[in-house]
Design a protein. Structure first.
Length: 270
């Protein structure tokens, strides 16, 4: 407000008549107190000064890859006391660790994942990495650089383990794909190729010796009418290349794995 030419008395007067509503010390909402989640995040960042950035669970929620904590989390280069409704972390951020998303300074997706590795268990951290991948925010090289910059960071070893499993010897990009891979390996089937390009389309699983494609349909990706139509167009394109296409849902993989294996074996003999 002072940057706009308003002195302390002018600010207090506008607050007293309801034109300004105090959110944090020195941070006011104009006209009304009700803010969007983004508004509350920006207010929290502003409350901690020009070097503060949204971080941790709040950053993950802002990027759309995680759930927020009830306190808005920020990181500052110097120690600051947490305020009502906020939690302050102290940390030195490399320029690559800082981004701006929807107008709010925030830790990069890579730094956010590294920060949360200190708080999450293996399964939850894997889910976070997968969510970043689905949102096209997963940059493995950026993650490696972030890890290298913080050799003593808590959670570093866990994150490296998750990334090692996530990559694996095969290019498997989701839990559904990894569950499918575990099933076929246990059954003794030959290792297929994963996430390969055929006819300009990236398919989930491909056995070239059988000319068999398996598409793994998870509910988040294939449970809407647009995706349903797109999947049928994909199938037609692949069939025109002389490929057989088997679609396997996550539900069927979980509850009828033997039937899935029977279908694969039957199609492999055709």
């Amino acid at each position: 407000m002072t940057a706009l030419g308003l002195g302390r008395d002018a600010i207090q007067h506008r607050a007293s008549i309801g034109q300004l509503h105090r959110i944090h010390h020195g941070v006011y909402a104009v006209g009304h107190r009700k803010l969007t989640p983004q508004g509350h995040r920006m207010a929290a960042v502003l409350a901690y000064g020009p070097d503060a950035v949204l971080s941790h669970r709040s950053a993950a929620a802002h990027w759309g890859i995680g759930q927020p904590s009830w306190k808005i989390e920020v990181t500052t280069p110097t120690s600051r006391r947490s305020r009502k409704g906020t939690r302050a972390h102290q940390g030195v951020l490399h320029p690559e660790d800082i981004d701006v998303h929807d107008g709010i300074p925030v830790t990069s997706a890579a730094r956010t994942i590294l920060d949360l590795a200190a708080q999450l268990k293996h399964g939850s951290l894997t889910n976070l990495v997968e969510a970043a991948d689905r949102a096209d925010l997963l940059d493995l090289r950026a993650l490696e650089r972030a890890i290298a910059r913080r050799p003593g960071a808590t959670g570093r070893a866990l994150l490296k383990a998750v990334l090692g499993t996530y990559r694996g010897t095969a290019d498997t990009r989701s839990k559904l794909e990894r569950d499918f891979r575990a099933l076929i390996l246990k059954a003794g089937l030959p290792e297929p190729q994963y996430n390969v390009v055929l006819g300009g389309l990236t398919v989930d699983v491909y056995w070239p010796q059988w000319r068999l494609v398996v598409e793994l349909d998870g509910e988040p990706y294939h449970g809407n009418p647009r995706a349903f139509e797109t999947d049928r167009v994909r199938d037609a394109t692949l069939q025109r290349l002389g490929l057989r296409v088997l679609r396997v849902t996550g539900e069927r993989l979980r509850h009828a794995p033997a039937a899935v294996l029977d279908d694969i074996l039957a199609l492999s003999r055709l």
